[in-house]
Design a binder for this molecule. Structure first.
Ligand code: GLU
Length: 432
């Protein structure tokens, strides 16, 4: 779904090749790990409300499952492509490995715009997709979850279809379900909180007091919302938030140098996570209007930039717009920085919190959800968040140690740890 010149899968392979070089991986291992092991493409016929039938295309990519069942989200986006899904499945492998959870990498997507589908049409699409990929998923095979454009309700419809076909209850087949229906407490907040737990560690290492920092955030979806909330809770000030408006087809950037009241701004989101310009003005914010390439959020005089929306948002073309005040980039989204921009970020001395470390708390909480589902016994929110915070901080410290010891960029250090773990599992299984 990248409308830019960047191909997401090529980006993922470029990053992998660089790390493989650092690690001196042999050719067979490289060949195996730079491509998904299995890709499925399906056609999903859906009866529309007006009586017509529409046929949607869906994908599921299983990149690698040497460390455990594949795990990863499912996207609904009108420009979804197989290459996006392949890249994202590859990043899931590294994400699970860097957090050291016993899962592999998978990802799926359906080419559709959920914002123009009725509830009934969305349900039939979810169920139709599961009918097509039923044999390829399951608690011990490949475990979907939400991603861009999907939510807990979609997951529950999918699980219900899976259980209807299989004739049993298998709640560990899909994660991030509604709480009370097999979902884990803390899953909603997990990804965003994790972004800030890792950022807080980085700030601590650099001797910076979080309460004296400011941030600009791209996005207003689940990840952006809880990233912003946790950051403010720890004392940071969010001075700008930008979001795509699904009806107006515009990007609005809400600015307040004295700090945005996150709960208030998020409370006026529509069901697709968009915030109206008029609502922003009513709340007293300066609102800047732009097209889909709008970089207003990037041009802010802040300490931290947190891209929490989509891929390919920080590129060599817009990099010069970043102010000298920026010292940290925390990648809440998957792939928001293009590989050709990493060198510029590194040379400018900006501390990078790479996506598959920084946003890994979502999948880690999904793993806890699976564990709870398998036991049919659920933990308190405090218990979940406490485990999660420790897991994220430990993973950050491990990556930072490797970066320091080997003088590597944080992204490369995270790759070194993740690829080593996956390669080890592949070798132990005797695949290579
Ligand atoms: N879609 C999320 C991610 O990219 C979560 C995946 C999951 O929970 O399995 O990490």
């Amino acid at each position: 779904m990248s409308e830019s010149k960047y191909n997401q899968f090529e980006n993922a392979q470029t990053q992998f090749d660089k790390a493989a070089e650092i690690l001196g991986l042999d050719d067979g291992m490289k060949e195996l790990l730079r491509e998904p092991m299995r890709i499925t493409q399906v056609r999903i016929p859906v009866k529309m409300d007006d009586g017509s039938t529409k046929v949607f295309t869906g994908f599921r990519s299983r990149h690698n499952d040497a460390r455990g069942p594949a795990k990863g989200g499912l996207r609904f986006h009108h420009e979804e492509t197989i290459d996006d899904v392949k890249a994202l499945s590859m990043w899931m492998t590294w994400k699970c490995a860097v957090l050291n959870i016993p899962l592999g990498g998978g990802k799926g997507g359906i080419v559709c715009d959920p914002t123009i589908l009725s509830k009934g049409e969305q349900e039939r699409l979810c169920r139709g997709f599961i009918r097509q990929i039923y044999n390829q998923i399951g608690p011990n095979i490949d475990v979907p979850a939400p991603d861009y454009g999907t939510n807990a309700q979609h997951m529950l419809w999918m699980l219900d279809e899976y259980e209807t076909i299989s004739g049993g209850k298998y709640p560990g087949t899909i994660t991030a379900k509604p709480v009370g229906m097999g979902g884990s407490l803390g899953r909603t907040e997990a990804t965003g909180y994790g972004v800030i737990w890792t950022l807080a560690e980085a700030l601590k290492i650099k001797g910076i007091d979080i309460t004296k920092t400011t941030a600009s955030i791209q996005g207003s979806g689940n990840v952006a919302e809880y990233t912003a909330k946790k950051y403010v809770e720890l004392g940071g000030k969010v001075t700008a938030i930008s979001c795509w408006h699904n009806e107006d087809k515009k990007v609005y950037t809400f600015i307040n140098k004295n700090g945005i009241d996150i709960s208030k701004l998020m409370s006026v989101k529509n069901s697709f996570g968009s915030i109206d310009k008029a609502e922003g003005i009513k709340l007293g914010y300066e609102v800047f209007e732009g097209d889909s390439k709008c970089t207003k959020w990037l041009e802010q005089e802040v300490d931290v930039l947190m891209p929490c929306a989509l891929q390919n948002q920080i590129t060599p073309d817009n990099f010069p717009l970043i102010k000298d005040s920026v010292k940290f980039i925390a990648e809440g989204a998957n792939g928001p920085v293009t590989p050709d921009c990493d060198e510029l970020i590194k040379n400018k001395g900006i501390f990078m919190l790479p996506d598959f470390l920084c946003n890994a708390a979502g999948v880690t909480c999904s793993y806890y959800e699976q564990v709870q589902c398998n036991m049919n016994y659920f933990w308190t929110k405090e218990e979940v968040l406490e485990k999660l915070e420790k897991a994220m901080k430990d993973a950050f410290k491990a990556v930072y140690e490797v970066a320091k010891e080997k003088n590597l960029y944080m992204r490369d250090a995270a790759y070194v740890i993740a690829i080593n773990r996956v390669a080890e599992a592949v070798k132990l299984r005797g695949w290579v």
